[in-house]
Design a binder for this molecule. Structure first.
Ligand SMILES: CC(C)(COP(=O)(O)OP(=O)(O)OC[C@H]1O[C@@H](n2cnc3c(N)ncnc32)[C@H](O)[C@@H]1OP(=O)(O)O)[C@@H](O)C(=O)NCCC(=O)NCCS
Length: 160
């Protein structure tokens, strides 16, 4: 991420359409400015990279450490493509590059991703990348005025 990407990034905190049904409500748009200044949005336990198409930030991929016990964490990944750039293949390609990057540069064994049960595009993208659907977290998230199911997917280093 660069300073030039900040106007796009701030949309994640201010524009409900930026994340569609996964938008979690208004947030502090200055958060991204501060993180970019502090650590470039890249730390040992989380990170965010721009999806760059021809020099334009069309979305973002992110990751954060998730622990399920034991001494090592796995990565939980997230992605969003801004509405005007969806359906062009950026989402699944960016996630493919992200999992390649994370497996190449960190020793994690597992990458997981969660998505809403009605998010067909993200489920299709994860399936293309070889992620396995592990199950449904019932009533796990409150969105659009209701408790909704979340689907949990994973990709192991040994799956590839
Ligand atoms: C989910 C998201 C990242 C997908 O990125 P995208 O660039 O729009 O999707 P892609 O063009 O890479 O398409 C991925 C697959 O989904 C399919 N797809 C795309 N849009 C779709 C839609 N609206 N309905 C059903 N399938 C769809 C594509 O056909 C493709 O599959 P295929 O190659 O087998 O044909 C994007 O739509 C987005 O940012 N949504 C809002 C945020 C979000 O849902 N994030 C992920 C969950 S937290």
């Amino acid at each position: 991420m660069t300073v030039e990407d900040l106007p796009q990034l701030r949309r994640l905190a201010t524009d409900p359409d930026s994340l569609g049904p996964d938008w979690g409500g208004y947030g502090d748009p200055g958060h991204f400015d501060r993180r970019l200044g502090e650590d470039g949005l890249l730390s040992d336990h989380d990170g965010m990279l721009a999806i760059d198409v021809g020099g334009r930030c069309v979305g973002q991929v992110s990751w954060r450490a998730v622990r399920h016990g034991g001494s090592h964490h796995c990565w939980g990944i997230g992605v969003s493509v801004f509405p005007e750039h969806r359906g062009c293949g950026h989402g699944w390609r960016a996630q493919r590059l992200l999992v390649d990057y994370l497996f190449a540069t960190t020793p994690v064994h597992r990458i997981e991703a969660k998505t809403r049960a009605d998010n067909a595009a993200e489920q299709q993208a994860l399936a293309k990348l070889g992620f396995t659907l592990e199950g449904t977290l019932r009533g796990a998230q409150f969105k659009d005025g209701e408790w909704r199911d979340t689907m949990l997917f994973s990709l192991l280093r040994t799956d590839r």
